[in-house]
Design a protein around this ligand. Structure first.
Ligand code: PLP
Length: 410
């Protein structure tokens, strides 16, 4: 008899967005004439930049001729893309990497979920709360998260660092050692950021405690303010304690195309039980060569085009478009007396629900009374209770209409 990985059975019944989809379906059946505006799931609506489309057409033509055809590519990604990343995302900020420190992937979800493959099952975990659910669920799947405490909604081997309006969404550094800490900045779901000085405290903690930081910078391209770091490697010493994840999904509309990358510096090591130090770059490379066969050539050519002069202009236009949505949303919601966070360096608006109204209650009321869909904050972790997330990724007219409806509803 084949036995299942029973850790999977510990995962709560369904995924947040399936619960939301079910509620929307029920609403649609009972209100077939109502038109719903969806500002819930964090998916983009602007089409791909023309520079990427042209690069993909050209890459398709390469595939049509024997002399330019590409079969299996390097598991780590093509040098043309890796070099564009190093030059534009890092060297431009005074950070230097060799090609073998960058691993191209099919999006940040895969690698933030898979990175646990190279880490022992009994490492302790620290997460900011609320949090992008993949970090927790992927640890549950291999048993690292422990058991779910049903009363609190927390996992027994996970240290939660609440981020709420009370601490201005700045997680407090744990007063004990944690082996692995997930940080995501700009943050999904709260849309908040850390300054360089605040992030430095985490790097210092990690270096002092031999902690590995898994830094998710999927929303880096949305940063507008000066003092917000785009990469954890802007902080001295971070190459010795952090892996960074980046994604082209929100930067350039690649949610459907699928491409991102992971940086695993050569200096970064972790221990064995006998006290040896092992290169995480070597382990990750080994893992990728066994379990991943590379991102498609056509996709990588599209990603390379993001860094062309035309590509840079086009992605900036798209990001500006979403950030203008965020501005409109934030202003409207504040004008009706709601407390609103995020939306300045990130395409997420994090709303405090009125006193006594739970995240799901707010969701239901907004769906039934304003016909607008958002995401209940509690779906991202216990400290998300009493909050609600809207995304700024919608089309402008939908976004404006949604704000009009919410204003009338209030
Ligand atoms: N990390 C964070 C914080 C996200 O919010 C998302 C997607 O919403 C991802 C990673 C996944 O991105 P990708 O589309 O690159 O898999």
């Amino acid at each position: 008899m084949a036995l299942v990985n029973e850790h999977f059975l510990k995962l709560p019944g369904s995924y947040l967005f399936s619960d939301i989809a079910k509620k929307i379906n029920t609403f649609k059946v009972t209100h077939p004439k109502k038109d719903i505006i969806r500002l819930g799931i964090g998916d983009v609506t602007r089409p791909l930049p023309n520079a990427c489309i042209e690069a993909m057409h050209k890459a398709v033509n390469d595939m049509a001729h024997a002399d330019t055809f590409r079969g299996y590519g390097p598991e780590q990604g093509y040098d043309f893309l890796i070099e564009a990343i190093i030059k534009n995302d890092y060297a431009s900020r005074g950070i230097h990497f060799s090609n073998s420190e960058i691993f191209i992937n099919d999006g940040a979800k895969s690698d933030t979920g898979n990175i646990g493959d190279i880490l022992r099952h009994d490492n302790s975990i620290g997460v900011t709360d609320p949090i992008y659910p993949v970090y927790i669920d992927s640890n549950v799947m291999c048993g690292r998260a422990g058991e779910l405490e049903t009363l609190t909604g927390k996992w027994s081997n996970v240290t939660y660092m609440p981020c709420t309006s009370e601490n201005n969404f700045i997680p407090q550094i744990p007063n004990k050692r944690v082996d692995i800490v997930y940080l995501c900045y700009p943050n999904n779901p709260t849309g908040t950021t850390l300054t360089k000085a605040e992030l430095k405290k985490w790097v210092d903690y990690a270096l002092a405690n031999d902690t590995l930081i898994l830094f998710d910078a999927a929303y880096e391209a949305y940063i507008q303010e000066e003092d917000v770091p785009h990469s954890i490697y802007e902080i001295k010493g971070a190459k010795r304690c952090a892996i960074e994840f980046r994604s082209f999904s929100k930067t350039a509309g690649f949610t459907g195309i699928r491409c991102g990358y992971t940086v695993v510096p050569k200096e970064l090591t972790a221990g064995t039980l006998t006290g040896e130090r092992v290169s995480l770059n070597k382990l990750w490379n080994r893992r990728q060569c066994t379990k991943f066969n590379g991102t498609s050539y056509i996709t990588q050519r599209a990603a390379e085009a993001i860094y062309s002069p035309e590509g840079k202009i086009e992605i900036k236009e798209n990001i500006d478009y979403y950030m203008e949505n965020a501005r409109i949303m934030k202003e409207t919601l504040e004008s009706i007396g709601l407390r609103v966070y995020g939306g300045v360096n990130a395409p997420y608006i994090w709303i405090k629900t009125p006193i006594g109204v739970s995240s799901w209650k707010f969701f239901d009321k907004m769906l039934y009374e304003a016909n607008v869909v958002g995401t209940p904050g509690v779906g991202f972790g216990p400290s998300g209770e009493g909050y609600f997330r809207l995304t700024a990724f919608g089309e402008r007219d939908k976004c404006e209409e949604a704000m009009k409806r919410i204003k009338n509803w209030f």
